[in-house]
Write a protein that binds this ligand. Sequence first.
Ligand code: TRP
Length: 465
Amino acid sequence: MADERRGEWGSRVGFILAAAGSAVGLGNVWKFPYITGENGGGLFVLIYLVCILAVGLPIMIAEVMLGRMSQRSPVSAFKQLAGDKSLWRGVGWIGVLAGFVILSYYSVVAGWALEYTVFSASGAIEGADPAALTQRFGQVAGNGSGAILWHVAFMAITIAIVIGGVQKGVEIAARVLMPLLLLMFIALLIFASQLEGFGEGASFVFGLHTDNFGPGSVLEALGHSFFTLSVGMGAMLTYGSYLKKDDDIVVASVAITVIDTLVALMACLVLFPITFTYGMEPAAGPSLVFQNIPIALAQLPGSTIWAVTFFLLLVFAALTSAISLLEVTASYFIDELGWSRSVAVPVTGGAIILLGIPSALAASSHTFGAGMEAAIGMNWFDLFDYVSSNWMLPLCGLGISLFAAWRVGEQARRVQFAAGSTLGKIEGLYVAWLQVLRFVVPIAIVLIMLHALKVFELLGLTGAT
Ligand code: TRP
């Protein structure tokens, strides 16, 4: 029985659209290209694709499944399925905490995108000089109070939509925006393919270079495969809890994964040709998309329209992702503490706004948190990103996979896998998925974590890399 207070998707594609809207976001357009640049290109991309297929997709199926079985948000889901006092609740807590941390800095980046939308609309990009546009990012991000204001503005929009509830807010936003975003990327790809640096850009993304690929790169690829698919936090679990009994989990998960991966690869194939054509640095870091796109578009006729469309779509892509992050954190208070939606959403959203302030300041100025940067090599912004993507999401994902593969009853798991699906009824596919979830996923996550902690080096098992 669907619980009135919880809501349900309005249509079969509603879930796919909303979940794909959650998956496709700044992770694809902003983060993936910049970490690909930092980790040297093709080899990183390859390992990321392996992580998506061998770890991310199997966990997504498991996560959505636990959501539909429990009809709850993460923490209550584990209570419902494992018992009120069960330690499995901890997996849900890590997820809820990750949601707070991720959205806090995610919204800062989305705020920059909002600012760039307004800046583009002013017509200032038209014919502007590349050096000036490169510097401009520093001025935007470097203006602490401005960054905070745009962060607050973005959170306010997110809060307003999430208060509207799943069906009205999330589904409608995703239904309109997802197709538009894809169209925009196709247009940009055609544009990039005409650039002189297209060949070099494409070979950066698909050639297997090993330079700049370090010991941390595998962990980064793993963490990003969770981040980009929105798994390992309970967001997909929460969205899965609004599914009907006979919706097809397997096909939906495959579709979401394919769309998400395509957008990420397209973003790289747009950004790196621009990078090489204009002699820029691939390892520019978080500023990559904000510098490259305006520089390239400035040369085009109608650059204002192009740039406004691009940044607006980026804001929308961020919005459908931010909605899912806020939905999970708010659902915790709705399901666990019985708060109403109209209280839970602004209160959690407000807390996230406060938590984001250090990131807004840190990403911007080198004076704020300079001591911290000197001590650990990361500012607040980097630290939040690193800890949440590379550690919290994989840990929570590990819990989800162990639970779904070892603890959930065979009968119930089979029913969930096969429901409403022709693909899900194929025995071999079910067995393969289960074995991957039982062995490959947990072993891969643990090994990659140990590797990143340099445990093998300490044990003298591998030489220093
Ligand atoms: N996947 C989104 C992106 O790529 C970010 C995101 C939304 C997310 N919801 C999430 C990441 C839940 C982890 C968990 O931009």
